[in-house]
Design a protein around this ligand. Structure first.
Ligand SMILES: CSCCC(=O)C(=O)COP(=O)(O)O
Ligand SMILES: [Zn+2]
Length: 200
């Protein structure tokens, strides 16, 4: 994966490979979770995983091109959360967005509904912190079935230093410049959540 935006075919192959990887971690059980990659910035266009698929069995053609509102431009039925992916990409400048349903994110969202405070962890460097001896809060937002409402909550709560938000009772949203970086961020944030869960 290069840093330039992929075309839709390349995006399909990347999202299928990334989905298989996340599913193998057990973070996309059933048909849960969804992924996207920006294929054009102006106008904003994303390739997003199709809705309702087993993400461990996704093929490169199981992606849908959507606009800034998450509406399909080409392809089948996009993820029900496509509008939130587009909102994250527009808001943060991210080139790729990951949404997974991990047990740790839901459990920690319950324990710390006001946000999960992380400090003194070398692993924080994996989400762009300059040193391990910093304190950063992973925001937790209330879930909604309305992606516009969820997007407003994410925009209000997000910390520009932390490329992730927990959605209470639902899962985790993480982003990065590329699908590879978004995956690395997801692995790091999930590691941090599992640690917090273990320690409390
Ligand atoms: C059991 S998954 C419920 C829907 C959801 O939260 C999700 O992440 C998957 O939705 P999609 O439309 O992208 O398949
Ligand atoms: Zn979900």
């Amino acid at each position: 994966m290069t840093t330039s935006a992929p075309d839709i075919e390349e995006a399909g192959a990347v999202l299928a490979a990334e989905s298989a990887r996340f599913a193998s971690f057990g973070w996309m059980r059933g048909t849960s979770g969804n992924l996207s990659v920006v294929v054009s910035r102006d106008p904003l266009r994303l390739a997003v995983t199709a809705s309702g698929h087993d993400k461990g069995e996704l093929t490169p053609s199981d992606v849908v091109l959507v606009d800034a509102e998450g509406a399909a431009v080409a392809g089948g039925r996009p993820s029900a959360e496509a509008a939130l992916h587009a909102r994250v990409a527009a808001l943060t400048g991210a080139g790729a967005v990951v949404h997974v349903h991990t047990v740790a994110s839901v459990a920690m969202g319950r324990r710390s509904p006001g946000g999960i405070v992380l400090r003194d962890l070398e692993m924080l460097k994996g989400v762009g912190q300059p040193a391990h001896d910093v304190e950063v809060t992973l925001p937790v937002i209330v879930n909604s079935q309305d992606m516009g409402v969820l997007g407003d909550r994410l925009e209000a709560a997000r910390d520009p230093r932390m490329p992730a938000v927990v959605v209470a009772g639902h899962g985790l949203y993480v982003w990065g410049d590329t699908p590879r970086q978004a995956r690395h961020h997801t692995e790091v944030v999930e590691w941090l959540l599992e640690l917090e869960l273990t320690e409390r």
